[in-house]
Design a protein around this ligand. Sequence first.
Ligand code: KG4
Ligand code: ZN
Length: 355
Amino acid sequence: MTAILAIETSCDETAAAVVIDGATIASNIVASQLDLHAQYGGVFPEVASRAHAESISDVVAQAMTQADMVYTDLDALAVTQGPGLVGSLLVGINFAKGLALATGLPLLGINHLEGHVYSLWLAPAFSEAVFPVLALIVSGGHSELLVMRGHGAYQRIGGTIDDAAGEAFDKVGRLLGLSYPGGPAIEEAAKSGAANAYHFPRAKTEGAYDFSFSGLKTAVLRAVTIQPSGGRRAKRIRGAEKGAQLRDDINISDVAASFQEALTDALVARAQRAARDFNANAVYLSGGVSANTMLREKLRAKLSVPVNYPPLTLCTDNAAMIGAAAHFRYLAGHRASLDIEARASWRLSEDVYAD
Ligand code: KG4
Ligand code: ZN
């Protein structure tokens, strides 16, 4: 049995969890900063790192108590090393280093995106993967398509060339005056809307497996805001993103449903093509946007291979997924030194620990 205490502070959730054998959650604590950031309509980095610093020791203590464990019951410590906000990552990394020093436990630095992929391993019905699988990670900061050929063996075949899928949800949500984060709010509004009310673009990209969502966001903006004529148009449109002069004849639910339809169509089309081209045995959907029911259902309907996704509570950021990923890295002999640094951008690829 391997017990790992994992810490995650890459964005706006302060999280700690104890995971057994990369599959069983002994504890999973997430302190959300949502209330702090809602007023800004996005994550405010300085506010995030201060809030992490205030709650990290409590969150870790709660994770140990909930797991009913003491440090000598653990085999290793894991912490998200990147990608993410540097100030936020540093709080978790420094805390983990201190714990490693005090307890003598080995430390592992984990890639946040790898964590999202391994959230699948924590689903109650999950049985071991039959590689290769296609991993589609769709979160607030990333949209990535990877072929996974074994534990820790990734080939990145595509990703967004501009906005991440969750970022598009958040920006359109803000434009429509919905609550933050936009993803769940748009999903809710879309329930009573018509998905064919507007035809928003499904962007073509040069790379066969790449995504682009900024054109879609602009198309929504043009459809729902008052368009002044003449040379001041572009400026006014950019302004509308913040203040939003919404037309009074639009139906927010119809816009939400049509936007969600366009965005999920684009994701599903790329996943379909990639699964076929790379002979994937399954699709592993993860990241905050994987909570979206329309995306889940469409993928299941359109793909000829099984589509797996994490339980709802593990779609958005948490430390259990970091503990699950760390388990397989631990088995492979990976260990971090005590001078590891935060990595603001860090791609998940074959040589993820190179350089
Ligand atoms: O994975 P996550 O918690 O954080 C990052 O690593 O970025 O993802 C957060 C993102 C937000 O953009 C949020 O709007 C989106 O996930 N999200 C959703 C849903 N729930 C969360 N997007 C669409 N539908 C949802 N139900
Ligand atoms: Zn995430």
